[in-house]
Ligand binder design. Structure first.
Ligand SMILES: [Zn+2]
Length: 79
């Protein structure tokens, strides 16, 4: 029996995790993101979702119909 050895034949390239936001190479300081910016974006997604959209004002339709005035039946005052 010829022992080939346990050494793996040529270890492949190290797979560096990529930023899930912009898919750039990540930095240890901001793993798993590439920068604080992407980290903030991801955090914002977790918090509110659309919160990460800058400049997007909340469009509130002021089309609410005013509640109809209830006609209070005044009691007949017998004269
Ligand atoms: Zn990134």
């Amino acid at each position: 029996m010829s022992d080939g050895g346990d050494s793996e034949p040529g270890s492949g390239p190290i797979r560096l995790p990529r930023c899930p936001i912009c898919r750039k190479s990540t930095i240890e300081a901001y793993r798993p993101f590439c920068s604080k910016r992407c980290a903030d974006i991801d955090l914002a997604r977790w918090l509110g979702g659309s919160y990460a959209i800058p400049g997007a004002g909340t469009d509130v339709d002021e089309d609410g119909e005013a509640p109809p005035e209830q006609n209070k039946e005044s009691p007949r005052a017998d004269d």
